[in-house]
Design a protein around this ligand. Structure first.
Ligand code: SAH
Length: 434
């Protein structure tokens, strides 16, 4: 008998919490599928715990770019080059507002120095490998190659009233979550502050050039539309690249010409649950939206689904998330990818509601999202009925819960999928020519 198919009995301590809830009829007794890697192996420490990569093996970063620097540092650099301070502001406007790094377009700079300035401030960061656009033109996925050949993705999405960019913060990821395409290749290196920001600038340029479909035209005094929502839900674990990610966030919210002048509320930092870093984030005094990828309310399952749970358990990350809410007054998001027969049981919805309500009311909302599936594997999204019941049970318990839509399925919308395909292609080519 396949042990994955055994009926699951919730651990005793947890079952007590839900005793009073109504039985769910036929939906209640469903199998318990356990997470496992498919096609790759999770490395473990001698103590049997999964190996996680917090430090990046490749440490070389790209040359310092304007976006890596504060305005003061930019000014110091132009002065060092024998130019007046105000040139730093002009360069910053060119990059953040005109979205250009090409010297020919910088006509307000002294002609004889343009090349040299562009070279000093704008080393090449992201070059486009591929761009995939959905049929309706509202979702665009970019695959970028970085200076050292590393590949990362970002996804641009138009919603009614807002434009969201999903950015990457690391090349690969060291957190090894078995359902995530990025988790399977390991961590190559941290992205620099400027590499993170350049994803936004490149997306803004693409929008200004009309790539995302013209909903509003620039001209007659109207500025082109731009990204006004950023989610750190691309490749990587943002809190494992804490300093560079926070510098990127600071520059996103800094007014022009220091930065992009965005609202912190429009920026979501999503984490797998590095509890100490969550507490540090709460102390930053930048009111970003905070999202926690929980995916399971019980340690037994979360230990396998989110390997970092071997370091910081469900209660610890929920305490840290609650502390974030207390400190900032910002409502926390809980991400929950619904995976068929793995984490989508009614008792888990109830347990999640209990664990959240134990800490308080109104401090959190839950965002279940159908898993972006891997065909023919255990990683399949929940059925519609199960999804509905999961959402309803949370709402009935007073936890605001909204199902997130999946975008860009037709273009491998889930993070890391495109890089994985590109890597396979490159590997196949290397194999063919060897
Ligand atoms: N490391 C961060 C951000 C990366 S991914 C984090 O873990 O939060 C952003 C979200 O996408 C996370 O909630 C992640 O668990 C989720 N995710 C990864 N692979 C997915 C898949 N195949 N289907 C649905 N969500 C997925």
């Amino acid at each position: 008998m396949d042990p994955n198919k055994l009926n699951h009995t919730p651990p005793t301590g947890e079952s007590k919490l839900i005793k009073t809830r109504p039985n769910t009829g036929g939906l209640a007794r469903r199998p318990q599928v356990r997470p496992k890697t498919e096609g790759w192996t999770q490395l473990t420490n001698p103590d049997g715990r999964p190996t996680l990569q917090f430090a990046s093996p490749r440490v070389k970063q790209p040359a310092t770019h304007l976006a890596d620097m504060t305005l003061e540092e930019r000014e110091a650099k132009v002065v060092e080059m024998g130019l007046p301070k105000f040139r730093a502001k002009q360069l910053s406007v060119h990059y953040f507002e005109h979205r250009t790094t090409s010297p020919e377009e910088m006509t307000d700079l002294p002609k004889g120095r343009r090349e040299e300035l562009a070279e000093a401030f704008f080393p090449p960061l992201l070059s486009e490998v591929k761009k995939l656009v959905t049929d309706d033109g509202n979702t665009v996925k970019f695959l970028w190659r970085l200076f050292d050949g590393a590949l990362v993705e970002s996804v641009l999405m138009r919603y009614p009233g807002r434009i969201t960019l999903c950015v990457s913060s690391q090349c690969g990821c060291g957190m090894n979550c078995p359902f995530c395409a990025t988790g399977q290749a390991g961590l190559t290196r941290n992205m620099s502050t400027a590499e993170i920001l350049d994803q936004v600038v490149q997306a803004n340029r693409f929008i200004a050039e009309g790539g995302l479909g013209h909903k509003r035209r620039a001209g007659n005094g109207a500025e082109p539309e731009r990204v006004n929502n950023i989610v750190f839900m691309g490749m990587g674990e943002p809190l494992a690249n804490y300093k560079r990610v926070m510098n990127a966030v600071r520059r996103m919210v800094a007014p022009s010409p220091e930065g992009l002048g965005m609202s912190a509320r429009g920026i979501t930092v999503s984490t797998v649950g590095l509890a100490p870093a969550i507490r540090k984030l709460a102390d930053e005094d930048i009111p970003v939206t905070f999202a926690l990828s929980l995916h399971a309310p019980d340690d037994k399952l979360r230990d396998e689904l989110i390997p970092v749970n071997s370091r910081w358990k469900v209660d610890e990350v929920l305490d840290a998330a609650y502390a974030y809410y207390e400190k900032t007054g910002r409502r926390v998001s809980i991400e929950y990818a619904l995976i068929k027969d793995m984490n989508d049981h009614a008792w888990r919805a109830d347990l999640l509601a209990d664990r959240l309500n134990q800490r308080g009311r109104g401090w959190v909302h839950v965002n279940p999202i159908p898993l972006n599936p891997t065909p023919g594997s255990i990683w399949t999204s929940s059925t519609k009925e199960v999804t509905r019941e999961f959402v309803d049970r949370l709402n009935a318990a007073g936890v605001v819960t909204t199902l997130r839509d999946t975008r860009g399925k037709e273009i491998d919308g889930a993070c890391g999928q495109l890089v994985a395909t590109e890597q396979d292609r490159a590997d196949a080519e290397a194999f063919a020519t060897s």
